[in-house]
Design a binder for this molecule. Structure first.
Ligand code: ADP
Length: 245
């Protein structure tokens, strides 16, 4: 959310956005579970033009050992953008932004996980962004949840994720990169639909109290839609869609 002046019409007079969507429409989301042979659980997500692979390893021994907790398992999360994931080459070393996103995603996943049966172990979640187009942390979070379920990690619920935001003084669902750069607000949300609990909440931009409420409600509607696609990915993996068998 840069709030920069832009030549792009973010919302036309018919209520159509720069990528042809209506205000309440998410981008196309597809998820496939179990895409990596060497991971305990994995998932590939396309969330619009975001393309992300999630790999889960564990529960396994913690290295370095001093990080181990004798009462419970722990989770670590690495979010990494490939050098070719954005238009300008991104330096492969982890940036401050990637480290921050890894941390918020870890915090967003933690409430869903039941790790007390795995003391002294770690569950490692690796998120590799192959292509980013705004909303990559939400896409990564949704993929991570599916990969954790694929790995058989006990969970209270799957965390789903979707952003909402504001362009042209209007609340919109699922902010793309252009809307993020030139729009007025971006609110990524992680949500556990069965438990009705928000696990990720960030806001870049300024909203009135009414807009804030509407934006959060809109993001949660998006999360519920993404949740259905996450569940289908798991069902397809374990009960078969004819392709994953
Ligand atoms: P999110 O992807 O979760 O929306 P940000 O709001 O930080 O996270 O980033 C928005 C978008 O900006 C990203 O999805 C990506 O398309 C683009 N972006 C992020 N980092 C870079 C970078 N280093 N170079 C170019 N574009 C970037």
């Amino acid at each position: 959310m840069g709030g920069k002046e832009s030549d792009v019409v973010l919302l036309d007079e018919k209520g159509i956005r720069c990528d042809g969507r209506t205000v309440n429409q998410t981008r196309k989301v597809t998820i496939k579970a179990g895409v990596l042979k060497n991971a305990d659980g994995s998932a590939y997500i396309e969330f619009g033009d975001n393309k992300i692979i999630a790999g889960v390893f564990g529960p396994r021994d913690v290295h370095p050992k001093h990080l181990a907790n004798t009462d419970t398992g722990i989770i670590r999360c690495r979010y990494h953008m490939s050098p070719f994931s954005v238009t300008e080459r991104k330096h492969p070393a982890p940036s401050r932004r990637e480290i921050e996103i890894g941390k918020v995603l870890k915090e967003a996943l933690k409430p869903a996980l039941i790790l007390d049966k795995f003391p002294r172990t770690v569950v490692d979640v690796f998120l590799e962004v192959l292509q980013a187009d705004g909303g990559s942390r939400c896409a990564a979070l949704a993929a991570a949840s599916v990969a954790l379920a694929d790995a058989g990690i006990p969970m209270r619920d799957m965390v789903s994720a979707c952003a909402a935001g504001k362009v042209a003084d209007t609340i919109i669902l699922d902010v793309n990169n252009e809307e993020d750069q030139a729009g007025q607000a971006d609110m990524p949300v992680g949500y556990m639909p069965n438990l009705e609990k928000v696990t990720l909440f960030q806001l870049d931009g300024v909203l009135t109290p009414d807009e804030y409420k509407k934006c959060l409600e809109t993001a949660i509607i998006g999360c519920k839609q993404v949740y259905e696609i996450q569940k289908k990915a798991i069902k397809d993996k374990f009960f078969g869609d004819g392709e994953n068998q």
